[in-house]
Design a protein around this ligand. Structure first.
Ligand SMILES: [Zn+2]
Length: 98
C-alpha cells in the first residue's frame, strides 16, 4: 500500500509509470502543445517531464493512486515549473511600501 507521503515522485511504481508514459504517450507538452525532445538533458528547460493531471495534492486528497500512468501527462520541464509557480499560494514578489 503506497502512503500519501511516499507516492507520486519516487519508488519503483513511480519509475515504472514514468517509463510507460515515455514509451506510449505522444511527445507533446500538455501545457503548450509543442513537441518535446526526449534526448535533452533532464535539467534542460525544454526537457521531457511527467506531470500529474490533476495535480498531485488533488489526487492524494481524492484517494487516487498518483503512481498510476493514467494520471500522468508529458510536459516540458519549463512549462511544468511555470504551472507549479502559478498554483503556489505564495506571492513571488512581496510588495513593499517606499
Ligand atoms: Zn510546454
Amino acid at each position: 500500500m503506497p502512503t500519501a507521503k511516499s507516492a507520486g515522485r519516487s519508488g519503483a511504481r513511480w519509475r515504472a509509470a514514468v517509463a510507460q508514459l515515455k514509451r506510449e504517450a505522444p511527445l507533446i507538452c500538455h501545457y503548450c502543445g509543442e513537441a518535446i525532445d526526449q534526448s535533452l538533458h533532464y535539467l534542460h528547460p525544454q526537457a521531457w517531464q511527467a506531470d500529474h493531471v490533476p495535480p498531485l495534492p488533488v489526487l492524494v486528497a481524492r484517494g487516487d493512486d498518483p503512481d498510476d500512468v493514467q494520471w500522468l501527462r508529458p510536459a516540458h520541464r519549463r512549462c511544468n515549473i511555470v504551472a507549479g509557480n502559478k498554483k503556489s499560494p505564495t506571492p513571488v514578489v512581496a510588495s513593499k511600501r517606499w
